[in-house]
Design a protein around this ligand. Structure first.
Ligand code: G6P
Length: 606
């Protein structure tokens, strides 16, 4: 989603901001722009539709001098991705960049229109600039105008204001969308995240919910929602953790797929006791005293929860409810006593997941599983279990998914042990099985070229079905999601047993049916469903292990053989062929793999 940068620097701000916006590209955007204040204290802006290269080209022909500025990558919500709707928005001397949605902008716009303000964009954001300008017209100083403006905004936002005539002033505000301040030497920066700010400074202050800040090159004044001075800590971040390069890969997604053995190993190492025979988790997680687990997430993280449901129920005998955050938050679900509510989010900023967490805060014990330990969800949950995947830049989640699964598997094992369903010896066996995963995932990565060859054929299809049973059913959903996201091929995931209740009507020789089926306890059932497809001329791509291929490979259109994997953990291993299929199909189609159209990495609006 939208990315924000603000600079009060010692050097020209435009190149610094364009570089920072490049680091925010991964969030997803469809236009970009910057505004600066030049030596004559004048405010000017440049904006361009499409990729940042268009803005850079524009700046070559029409440079934007000045050492103070704000910049933005926009993911369109209100108004098409046109130049006039691109940020920064300007009314009179006020320029503003915004991430989020102003829910009362219609009322504010009507009020200002009645007072004579003319609007020239379709955006909610222009209302913010217009309102601040209105307060300036009433004689307020910029900081007071910004304060009054912020107080009138409903909805979710991260904002940064720049005022003509004031080249040593930025005003930043946060409600619902993350924003950080970067402290330089005689310079100050504002950014949507640490990744944007990392090369500029390693000293960062995260604004908290409702905070707003008045910034100059030499001073930082942060106030909370009640207007009181707030003391927010300066954290030193590890620049390494925010390094974003492709390490020789063509795409971030390829790099992140390849990193999985390492990061799964990191996640395991974080939670396993040194001799590998136990799981170290915060003591407040008391699974023995629980009656129910509720897991809430969006997108890929939701599918990780769905897979984990099988583990919690089968291994730990713990009833589990899994829900999509955008549904959960408005359904007002009753939360039974002795419930643990777990919120899973790579970014830790997904607006719906955050709202669901807030709904549960006073009703259940809550925990978060996130990849960004400084994120809002991690901080508000209090109890955060990091997945240790490292920065994930490709919009389509890969390594975060397998790390989420790894952490959830450890939680399920801990729950099984705490609840007396798993003896210590059996727990040690399970942990040793989990420890074999980095090596097995490495072997699966070696099958990349075979999967690429099949993917090129899948890329010719218009529709694709994914089937799986048990914990492989969520994998079928994830496989279909990955393919849709980056190759734009229509794909659906189904529980194998549901095939005959509808989707079988779609089967013909043009529709690849991808069956994800290790030789497990449910294999024979899945094979029967596969036969039903083949009997109708459907072309089956069977992804299985060597034994599965021997038993059921005959008649399949294609067979991909994965390494043997201890049964419950197959979803972690089989994520690799699902990711590779999508990736190579997208390569064959020539799509924008790391930033697929219309998608955002961090979904900070509803
Ligand atoms: C977006 C991303 C997905 C991600 C989902 C949930 O749709 O493109 O990759 O799975 O949001 O994000 P979260 O950060 O909460 O895991």
């Amino acid at each position: 989603m939208c990315g924000i940068i603000g600079v009060l620097g010692e050097h020209e701000a435009a190149p610094i901001m364009v570089e920072a916006l490049k680091r925010l590209e991964y969030r997803g955007y469809d236009s970009a722009g910057i505004a600066t204040i030049n030596a004559a204290q004048q405010l000017h802006r440049r904006r361009a539709v499409g990729k940042l290269v268009n803005l850079s080209d524009l700046l070559v022909h029409e440079p934007l001098p000045g050492k103070s500025g704000i910049g933005h990558t926009r993911w369109a919500t209100h108004g098409a991705p046109t130049e006039s709707n691109a940020h920064p928005h300007r009314t009179g001397p006020v320029a503003v960049v915004h991430n989020g949605i102003i829910e009362n902008f219609h009322e504010l716009r009507a009020e200002l229109t009645a007072k004579g303000t003319e609007f020239c964009t379709d955006t909610d954001t222009e209302t913010i600039a217009a309102l601040a300008n209105h307060y300036l017209d009433q004689g307020l100083a910029p900081r007071d105008a910004a304060e009054q403006t912020i107080a009138r905004l409903d909805g979710a936002f991260a904002l940064c204001f720049l005022f003509e005539g004031h080249d040593d002033l930025l005003i930043a505000a946060r409600k619902g969308s993350p924003l950080a301040i970067g402290h330089g030497e005689g310079e100050i920066f504002v950014g949507s995240d640490a990744i944007a700010l990392a090369p500029l400074t390693d000293r960062i202050t995260y604004l908290e919910e409702g905070d707003w800040a008045v910034l100059t090159r030499t001073s930082v004044e942060i106030r909370d929602a009640d207007g009181h001075l707030a003391n927010r800590p300066v954290q030193t971040i590890q620049i390494d953790a925010t390094r974003i390069d492709k390490a020789g890969h063509k795409h971030f997604m390829a790099k992140e797929i390849a990193e999985q053995p390492t990061v799964i190993g990191q996640a395991l190492a974080h939670y396993l006791v040194p001799d590998g025979t136990g799981i170290a988790l915060p003591e407040t997680l008391d699974f023995a005293g629980l009656d129910r687990l509720t897991m809430v997430a969006c997108g890929t993280a939701f599918y990780a929860c769905l897979a984990a449901k099988y583990w919690f129920e089968q291994l730990a005998g713990l009833p589990v409810e899994v829900d999509i955050a955008s549904e959960f938050r408005y359904r007002e679900p009753p939360i039974a006593p002795r419930t643990l509510a777990v919120f899973v989010s790579q970014s830790g900023e997904t607006a719906d997941t955050l709202a669901a967490l807030r709904y549960c805060q006073d009703k259940a014990q809550v925990a978060a599983i996130t990849n960004v330990e400084t994120s809002t969800i991690a901080r508000e949950a209090g109890l955060n279990l990091p997945i240790k995947a490292g920065a994930e830049i490709g919009v389509a989640s890969t390594k975060a998914f397998t790390c989420q699964l790894t952490v959830l598997a450890l939680l399920a094992l801990k729950a099984a042990h705490d609840r007396g369903r798993l003896e210590t010896d059996a727990l040690i066996d399970h942990l040793s099985a989990l420890r074999s995963l980095p090596g097995l995932v490495n072997l699966a990565l070696d099958r990349g070229p075979d999967i690429a060859a099949v993917a090129r054929k899948v890329a010719e299809a218009r529709d694709v079905l994914f089937l799986g049973r048990g914990a492989m059913y969520p994998l079928a959903l994830e496989g279909a999601l990955k393919l849709k996201e980056i190759s734009y091929i229509h794909a659906e995931g189904y529980a194998s047993g549901e095939l005959k209740h509808g989707p079988i009507a779609l089967v013909d020789k043009t529709v690849p049916v991808i069956v994800m089926a290790p030789r497990d306890a449910l294999f024979d059932k899945t094979v029967s469903n596969m036969q039903e497809v083949m009997a109708r001329g459907g072309k089956v791509l069977l992804i299985t292990d060597a034994e599965g291929a021997r038993e059921a490979g005959a008649g399949a259109w294609q067979t991909l053989i994965m390494p043997d994997v201890p049964e419950p953990y197959a979803p972690i291993l089989y994520a690799v062929p699902a990711q590779f299929l999508a990736y190579h199909a997208a390569v064959a189609k020539g799509t924008d793999i790391d930033q697929p159209r219309n998608l955002a990495k961090s979904v900070t609006v509803e």
